[in-house]
Write a protein that binds this ligand. Structure first.
Ligand code: C2E
Ligand code: SIN
Ligand code: FE
Length: 406
């Protein structure tokens, strides 16, 4: 039987099936588990969760403490949908330090390949989809070894190379998100290919518009709005491009509330792949420097997207995305309870709130301090993140070096 119990009544040996409350307040990777590790109990209690659901068939009961309640089937289904998308990554992992070096080479090659792809499209030549597929394989392998290396590198781009590196970044994000959603490896590759090609139709939009250092006029934005259809028409008759990929190209600007383009699709009329494309596209767009505005930091971007989430994104897919990149993605500047500032260098296996952070500055003393990497998952109760910070506010220029060269 499933029972809802207060956090104070949680005991070792209980089988937790759901953590109640806003999921962002307790982003554990494990949301269904037998409580047999006292550290897990400690983190659960420290997370501020008020109540949990336990399954008394799989673990200890709490009869004497509370009255049980059964979940309706609908709640069970929703729970499965929201929580089963989470699966901790396996063992093939490499460290950031190792994978950053691989990813730098892959990014450089990928950018060249994407430039060729866009030029072929511009010249009306056939797109060499096999080359794109090979590139996707390489990116998929890097993301498997260490997702945050290539994803964080591809975020760093000059505004003049935006369209190309944006394609690489969305490719990597789509791959990581597809794996988070437990899609088959074949579909993971399709998601990657879709990411790589999603903005190919921007060849139909003048650079004068794309690189305009200010807000677009209505006429200019109408030109931009034709890019999904242009992209789809270029690839429509290519036998190597699947309907899934075409769908992302055509519908990555649709929004859940029906206010997107080109077809004003809403809710369930938008495919899962296109919904994934929308989330990955916007995250990379707003974290990047543009001719018309500076990119927002990754943690700030996640926070903003969570705010817009309702009308724009599919909630479950956005949640899976946050579990993919982190609430404090690699490269985020954060303030710790001790008053130290640091950059997130690696994500934690257990909670989105306890990544590894390289501290380098004292916010109180306003001076640099001895650099040190802290694993916040091992410092529960002693040190924690209390907020996001903007590098610009502090005048920090090269915080990327703190994670990319460590
Ligand atoms: P993009 O820059 O690749 O952006 C993709 C999507 O990310 C945008 O689709 C939008 O949903 C989101 N996004 C990007 N920047 C922002 C932002 O500052 N705030 C918010 N709330 N969302 C943002 P959208 O709006 O349909 O734009 C499509 C394309 O039109 C953009 O692709 C970009 O190439 C161009 N564009 C949009 N706004 C401007 C602008 O103000 N100036 C210039 N030069 N181009 C723009
Ligand atoms: C947090 O504030 O730490 C999580 C919620 C969010 O990123 O909006
Ligand atoms: Fe687009």
């Amino acid at each position: 039987m499933l029972k809802r119990i207060a956090a104070k009544d949680i005991r070792m040996g209980m089988f937790i099936t759901e953590l109640c409350g806003s999921w962002m307040e307790h982003p554990f990777f494990k949301t269904k588990f037998l409580l047999e590790d006292s550290q897990d109990l400690e983190s659960l209690l420290k997370s501020g969760i008020k109540e949990v659901w336990i399954n008394t068939e799989k673990g200890l009961d709490a009869d004497e403490i509370v009255q049980g309640k059964t979940l309706s089937d609908i709640e069970l289904e929703t729970e499965a949908m929201l929580h089963d998308v989470v699966r901790t990554k396996s063992t093939e992992k490499t460290s950031m330090a190792v994978e950053v070096k691989n990813a730098q080479k892959i990014c450089a090659r990928a950018k060249e390949a994407v430039i060729i792809m866009f030029n072929d499209a511009r010249m009306g030549r056939a797109i060499e989809v096999e080359n794109a597929q090979l590139l996707v394989e390489e990116i998929a392998d890097s993301v498997l070894r260490q997702p945050h290396a290539l994803i964080s590198l591809a975020r760093l781009k000059n505004s003049d190379e935006y369209t190309y590196m944006h394609s690489v970044a969305v490719c990597a994000l789509m791959i990581a998100l597809a794996r988070q959603l437990n899609l088959d490896e074949e579909l993971v590759r399709e998601a990657g290919l879709a990411g790589l090609m999603h903005d190919l139709g921007k060849i139909g939009v003048a650079n004068k518009i794309l690189n305009k250092p200010g807000k677009l006029t209505d006429d200019e934005f109408n030109v931009v709005k034709s890019h999904p259809q242009i992209g789809a028409s270029i690839l429509m008759n290519n036998p190597l491009v699947s309907a899934l990929v075409l769908d992302v190209i055509l519908h990555h600007h649709e929004k859940m509330d029906g206010s997107g383009y080109p077809h004003r699709l809403s809710g369930e009329n938008i495919s899962v792949f296109a919904k994934m494309g929308a989330v990955c596209d916007v995250y990379d767009a707003i974290t990047s420097n543009r001719p018309y505005k500076k990119g927002w930091s990754p943690a700030e971007s996640i926070r903003k997207m969570a705010e817009w989430s309702k009308g724009h994104f599919d909630e479950a897919i956005f949640q899976a995305f946050v579990k993919t990149v982190g609430i404090y993605p690699t490269g985020s500047l954060v303030r710790l309870e001790s008053g130290r500032l640091g950059v997130v260098t690696e994500q934690s296996e257990t909670s989105l709130l306890t990544p590894q952070v390289k501290v380098f500055f004292s916010a109180k003393l306003k001076t640099p301090i001895l650099q040190e990497t802290l694993d916040l998952s091992k410092l529960i109760g002693k040190e924690k993140i209390i907020g996001r910070e903007s590098p610009d506010d502090w005048g920090f220029r090269n915080i990327e070096e703190l994670w990319s060269a460590h």
